[in-house]
Design a protein around this ligand. Structure first.
Ligand code: ADP
Ligand code: GLC
Length: 492
């Protein structure tokens, strides 16, 4: 054990590291729609290296059942009370890469869709949270800290502290990590009361009420022992109304318990030197393989096979958060005004998907919109592109820009949240930097920044320096795991 931790623990009269149960809606590689899954999948592995018994509990989504059904062990089952209903809750156990993952089984709630959407999602995750809390005393380990992630798990601290008098749940410590404040889980109070038996007195702005709704994430911000978000910049931003979506009051009030811990990426999964899905492998000193990946990407996407034309890519959920309005505004100008190719891999809002499909027709051979979710293709896009565009309106952390950098694709980002904390813009006076960035959420500012990046592409010396520094940046999870470890100990 590290001396720092030993000393911290000694002050608290303990000798062992805390045991932690991470609770989330998704966990890679079992079930994933975005970066949350990556974090929940990777963090426990690095916590274990620090001597923390970190385990995970997630819903037993059908995708998990189909892929891992033969490897799980049934532990126990019970009936969770959801208002007047009693719902089956099976607890299954799976070990993956040395990490124990508990799965909450219920075929009604956890079928084809990880998120049911709208009101149904409230019931889906009310059930999950109730089942997790009821299961805790019967698991084959006793956590000290329950680490909740986003609104789908944010009622747990409140329910644990107010509805389990005398139980272990009442004494546990709760950490809430906010991965995205734009999703809060807002429902009518009656609906939530019906599902989770929340007392009337909590339907006030002091507790979980926000703009006339019962707000799951707000309840978490009020009741969690500590709160963190996934980058230092975003931790500051969410104290301001522009970013906080109504939660600035509670977050300012609790700013002493609010920190920012930057995410990392799984350096084993995202490694151009060993990545098995790439047609050729490469590293910082030997970039020949990257050129082959670019060619393979152009082939697969139906683009002209031209090594000399810079290729700009996006891999993303297609939502407003990711800055698609900006892309829509200047894409045609970009394609008309520059010698450039453009690849998008993404899925999301219909209006963005349709725009990109139409753009592909207009710019056949130079632009490809791959609408869908595909892990293997994403690796090829990161490896085969020269630039990676991420003009987010807000970005709590962002993993894609870190993955892109690891694959030598230079990020072009807006300076917000984790993008600001991970990308150092190219400075043509001293030659420093590992990407490109712009400050304002403005389409023409983005367009000008892309132009600057494409100018640099013409200068091999500048590019080599930038690519080298991007690939060298250390985005491993070790540092984040250390920060989480400190946070857990502070909470004891
Ligand atoms: P967010 O969690 O907000 O979507 P992040 O940058 O933190 O953004 O994480 C996104 C993760 O999801 C990355 O691992 C990225 O490669 C992956 N991803 C996003 N869209 C797709 C897609 N269409 N196909 C494959 N992977 C995707
Ligand atoms: C959210 C955020 C993203 C972050 C991810 C993991 O999905 O949008 O910025 O990287 O969570 O924390």
């Amino acid at each position: 054990m590290k001396k720092e931790f030993r000393d911290m623990l000694k002050e608290r009269g303990r000798s062992e590291m805390p045991a932690v149960l991470l609770v989330a809606a998704e966990c890679a590689p079992l079930a994933k729609t975005g970066g949350l899954a990556d974090v929940v999948g990777t963090l426990p592995k690095d916590l274990k290296k620090l001597g923390i018994d970190a385990r995970v509990i997630v819903p037993y989504h059908r995708v998990i059942k189909e892929k891992y059904g033969n490897n799980v062990e049934h532990m126990f089952h019970f009936f969770a009370k959801l208002g007047w209903r009693c719902e089956y809750a099976g607890i299954e156990k799976l070990e993956l890469d040395g990490v124990i993952i508990y799965l909450v089984d219920n075929e009604r709630y956890f079928g084809d869709r990880i998120y049911l959407g709208e009101q149904a999602e409230g019931e889906q995750y009310a059930f999950f949270q109730r089942a997790v809390l009821d299961a805790i005393p019967n698991l084959d380990f006793t956590p000290d800290v329950v680490h909740c992630n986003d609104w789908h798990t944010a009622m747990i601290p409140m329910l644990g502290k107010t509805q389990y008098a005398g139980g272990i749940q009442e004494r546990l410590r709760y950490l809430l990590t906010i991965h995205n404040i734009a999703y809060q889980g807002k429902f009518g109070f009656d609906y939530v009361q019906d599902l989770l038996e929340v007392e009337d007195k909590y339907n006030t702005p002091e507790f979980m009420e926000l703009n006339g709704c019962a707000d799951f994430l707000k309840a978490g911000c009020v009741f969690a022992d500590r709160i963190n978000t996934v980058s230092p910049s975003y931790a500051n931003e969410i104290k301001m109304p522009y970013y906080a979506e109504g939660l600035e009051g509670i977050l300012n009030a609790r700013s002493a318990q609010l920190t920012g811990i930057i995410n990392g990426i799984d350096k084993k999964v995202y490694n151009p030197h060993t990545d098995p899905v790439l047609p050729a492998r490469y590293d910082r000193g030997h970039l020949k393989g990257k050129a082959q990946c670019k060619r393979a990407l152009q082939e697969q996407m139906g683009l002209e096979l031209r090594e000399d034309v810079p290729l700009v890519a996006m891999v993303t959920r297609m939502t407003e958060q990711k800055g698609f309005d900006l892309v829509m505004h200047v894409l045609d100008d970009l394609m008309a005004g520059e010698e450039v190719q453009f690849v998008l891999l993404g899925t999301g809002d219909a209006r963005f998907e349709n725009f990109m499909r139409e753009a592909e027709n207009r710019w056949k051979g130079r632009l490809c919109a791959y609408i869908g979710y595909n892990e293997a293709v994403s690796h090829l896009v990161y490896a085969g592109s020269d630039f990676f565009l991420m003009p987010s309106r807000f970005e709590p952390c962002g993993l894609s820009q870190m993955i892109a950098m690891r694959y030598g694709s230079l990020p072009i980002v807006r300076e917000t949240g984790g993008l600001r904390d991970t990308v150092q813009p190219y400075n043509r006076f001293n030659g420093e930097g590992n990407g490109f960035s712009f400050a304002n959420f403005d389409a023409w500012e983005m367009r000008a920044t892309i132009h600057n990046a494409l100018q640099c592409y013409r200068n091999p010396e500048i590019m080599q320096g930038l690519i080298g520094r991007a690939m060298q940046a250390d985005f491993g999870f070790e540092n984040s795991a250390m920060e989480y470890a400190r946070t857990y100990i502070w909470m004891l």
